[in-house]
Design a protein around this ligand. Structure first.
Ligand code: ZN
Length: 310
């Protein structure tokens, strides 16, 4: 059994919203961030500093950064694809950590950020250097680590080589992203083990999409293989505009429920997450994918009495 605490990074304000058709207001994004903090989130991916023409939902990145609550106990991540994005994020003065993205295959890297896979590794290293020079931290995520929508299978050796190269720039962690939700628990465990062997000084974060229903199983496998941190999105929203068919991230409330019931501390409050799910359902005006958001947590004796009385 695993008993060490696991960190959950809340990604709903960025990955959760970036693929949604309805325009979510800056005010609602800031309300979501404030609610995530109230739920106990201590690291939040708040926005991405990308071309607003490519990702219109993130066009208000600067306004979101400007409106962030002043909190010493919360780390705000801004996602960036290149040096220009890094400079924009750092200029806000409100972003604590830059998140760089490298892509495992050329085809996906070209569509996602207009460069080759190798080019995306170089860009990530440049972003990490820029963050460090500005007195901030940075980490890098390797997108399509478990499979590519255009090229199919991705060799583990390729991901290990990318992580090893990125590590030279001094990120605070390496993340593996199952961008299109094709991973299975055996693959997750195998790749994390290889990354931990290759760059033992770096904690591993995992970013999972539940496109094919393997999300929670993959979370469990990732923790067993030594992942320190899980990305998750309240309500299970999420998707990538450049990955056909990508569905939502693993839902924060579902991950919290599974881990806390298994005796693993996440630092998050389930009741507050479920309440935020209800609020977000209203904002998005649709049912959200999260299961625990719908079912509620483990039955409490008070619930039983209520039902008995009814
Ligand atoms: Zn994602």
């Amino acid at each position: 059994m695993y008993t060490k605490p696991v960190e959950i990074v809340e990604v709903s304000p960025r990955d959760g919203l970036q693929n949604e058709q309805i325009a979510v207001s800056t005010q609602d994004k800031l309300a979501l961030i404030a609610r995530a903090i109230d739920c106990g989130a201590q690291r939040i991916e708040v926005t991405s500093f990308v071309n607003p023409k490519a990702v219109p939902q993130m066009a208000d990145a600067d306004a979101v950064a400007a409106g962030l609550p002043q909190r010493d106990d919360v780390t705000y991540i801004g996602l960036v694809m290149n040096r220009r994005g890094a400079d924009r994020a750092l200029a806000t003065g409100r972003i604590d950590q830059l998140g760089a993205v490298s892509v495992a295959t050329d085809s996906f890297a070209m569509r996602n950020q207009g460069q080759t896979s190798d080019g995306s590794v170089e860009a990530a290293k440049e972003i990490i250097e820029a963050a460090k020079a500005a007195g901030k931290t940075a980490q890098a995520t390797i997108a399509a680590s478990f499979g590519c929508p255009f090229e199919g299978e991705v060799a583990e050796e390729r991901i290990v080589a990318m992580a090893t190269s990125i590590a030279e720039a001094g990120p605070v962690e390496i993340a593996l992203a199952d961008t299109i939700g094709v991973a299975n628990p055996a693959h997750v465990a195998s790749l994390i083990s290889k990354i931990r062997e290759a760059v033992p000084q770096l904690p591993v974060r995992i970013h999972l999409h539940n496109t094919r229903g393997t999300g929670l199983a993959n979370v469990w496998a990732a923790i067993g293989a030594g992942a320190a941190t899980i990305d998750a999105s309240i309500g299970g929203l999420g998707g990538c505009p450049f990955a056909p068919g990508a569905a939502g991230n693993v839902a924060t409330e579902d991950v919290q429920y599974m881990l806390e019931r298994a005796g693993i501390d996440t630092g998050l409050e389930l009741d507050a997450l479920i309440e935020t799910n209800r609020w977000l359902t209203g904002v998005m005006d649709k049912e959200l994918p999260a299961m625990v958001g719908k079912a509620g947590g483990f039955p409490k004796p008070a619930d039983k009495e209520e039902k008995d009385a009814a």
